[in-house]
Write a new protein. Structure first.
Length: 362
């Protein structure tokens, strides 16, 4: 039995409609479709699906964590982050990492404080290792742990064509991660005419891939999405509210801010400021347990989360142009669910951990 598994990043359950994705809509009726409950996480969503363990068990939540960093000397290099990202990626490859990061807009003096939450990508998990596989997560193209690298950016269409060229009879699992939609919705909103056109395009690309794959006998299909997005209505600049002090470190994401304190005085001062921001809340220990967030110093002495429809801006990912849609909100406060479409028998709603138990039989 051969299985094709596709991640359609940001194609949420609510976007899977006859208008947006006619082929996938009909396919979901022909096969089985489930609502996939997402997490208040970024890197942790994918890791949970492929390990069956939540972020509280894997300690993989956000993409970055506060720890001893590979990039500790980068502040001394007289280049901006955009240029510095290239040697940073090469540095990570030399260290044999397969989970790579770019330097985004992280202040250079803070690069020494942060590193990736995991250095290895999903094909190192037992989900892949107990079978023959091809995994295409750009820039890596992996065949049974043999790694090749695409040094130039690839569109989803180019990735799909490359995967099709590599279809062969002795592979158990093909996995491809498609990311064009995620970037597109961030910049165009979930319900714009441009997004609907993009969804139609991706729908046709998936049709092309599946029809090529179905020429193989005894094939299974698993399509899944990690989350949806929420349209942004208001921006909030949290950085300008913070005191100028060397007694704390802050990492400003689009929906969360993590803080690390050197003393209780600065912690109390910042806590009092954050309590006055009505558009968000400080996560309690109970909140972290509820949302399965690791309660470790690596992710913050304090974490502030904003409400859906708001964007923390500027942040360390967007400096001059804010996103028009975003994910990473509390999933019980907004419809952020993904989906699974598969030949396999599945209930109508699944958690990521439940999905793993079903999918691991691939």
């Amino acid at each position: 039995m051969t299985t094709l598994m596709v991640c359609l990043d940001s194609l949420g359950y609510s976007l899977l409609t006859k208008e947006n994705t006619p082929y996938l809509y009909e396919l979901s009726k022909e096969l089985n479709k489930a609502r996939l409950k997402t997490l208040l996480a970024f890197k942790g969503v994918e890791q949970t699906l492929f390990t069956g363990q939540p972020p509280t068990k894997t300690n993989i939540w956000m993409e970055l964590k506060y720890t001893k960093s590979l990039f500790k000397y980068y502040k001394y290099i007289p280049l901006n982050n955009k240029i510095l990202t290239y040697p940073a990626i090469l540095h990570q490859l030399i260290k044999k990492r397969t989970n790579l990061i770019t330097l985004e807009n992280i202040p250079k003096n803070l690069l020494k404080e942060f590193d990736v939450s995991t250095t290895q990508n999903i094909w190192k998990t037992s989900f892949f290792q107990n079978k023959s596989f091809i995994c295409y997560k750009w820039p890596f193209f992996i065949k049974n742990n043999k790694k090749t690298i695409d040094f130039f950016k690839k569109t989803d269409s180019q990735k799909i064509k490359k995967l099709i060229k590599n279809i062969q009879s002795n592979i158990d699992l093909y996995y491809i991660h498609l990311t064009d939609l995620d970037k597109f919705i961030h910049q165009n909103k979930t319900n714009s005419k441009e997004t609907i056109k993009k969804l139609n395009q991706i729908d046709n690309q998936i049709k092309f891939l599946i029809q090529a794959f179905q020429k193989q006998k005894n094939s299974d299909i698993i399509l899944w999405s990690d989350h949806s997005q929420v349209n942004i209505e208001n921006l909030i600049n949290i950085q300008k509210l913070m005191p100028k002090s060397k007694d704390y470190t802050a990492f400003y994401g689009g929906t969360t801010v993590s803080f690390w304190f050197k003393n209780n005085n600065i912690k109390e001062e910042i806590t009092n400021i954050l309590k006055k921001i009505k558009q968000g809340k400080i996560l309690t220990k109970q909140d972290k347990k509820h949302y399965q967030i690791p309660d470790t110093k690596e992710y913050g002495d304090l974490i502030f989360l904003i409400q859906p429809k708001y964007l923390i801006f500027p942040n360390y990912y967007q400096k001059t142009k804010p996103f028009k849609a975003m994910h990473g909100y509390a999933p019980d406060k907004a419809d952020l669910d993904g989906f699974i479409i598969t030949n396999k028998k599945i209930p109508k709603t699944l958690t990521l951990e439940q999905a793993y138990k079903i999918l691991k039989e691939v």
